[in-house]
Ligand binder design. Structure first.
Ligand SMILES: [Zn+2]
Length: 152
């Protein structure tokens, strides 16, 4: 099961990163997953649940952020760069659409510039010390209080 291997690597990487901080609790881990990787979100979510059962990640959520496929035409005279065509598998199937890896303009060969990603984007954690309230992502937990001023 390919998904389990990917998640095992992600779990290792996350645990290593967490070792550098005094982390109390992990809320969620966000992963960027390219459409070309053909990784199943459901399988990965399942693997996450299993592989985080006995460590600090227990109870945390894994969030997937899809990355669209972008191709660049190898023919400099054409120069197309953008989304590739896809063969629609229809709505009544759980299969991903099939990407067509050729230039939608001239039909020539392409280079994939985006869509292969499989990486951790951010971690949302609670740190031990209260003063250190920020998460590794830098998200602010408390919304800044804006002083109300009336404009006439
Ligand atoms: Zn082209």
């Amino acid at each position: 099961m390919h998904e389990a291997t990917v998640i095992a690597n992600i779990v290792d990487a996350v645990l290593e990163e967490l070792g550098k901080h005094k982390v109390k609790k992990v809320n969620s881990v966000t992963m960027v997953v390219g459409d070309l990787t053909e990784l199943g979100y459901e399988q990965m979510e399942f693997a996450w649940g299993v592989l985080t059962e006995n460590n600090i990640l227990k109870g945390s959520k894994i969030i997937f952020e899809p990355e669209k496929i972008v191709v660049r035409c190898k023919d400099p005279a054409c120069g197309f760069e953008g989304p590739c065509k896809e063969i629609d598998m229809g709505e009544d199937t759980y299969e991903h659409n099939i990407p067509v890896l050729s230039c939608p303009v001239c039909g020539g060969g392409v280079e994939v510039v985006q869509g292969m990603a499989c990486r951790i984007k951010s971690l949302d954690v609670d740190l031990e010390e209260e003063e250190n309230r920020c998460s590794i992502t830098g998200t602010q937990r408390r919304p800044g209080r804006s002083s109300r001023r009336r404009r006439s």
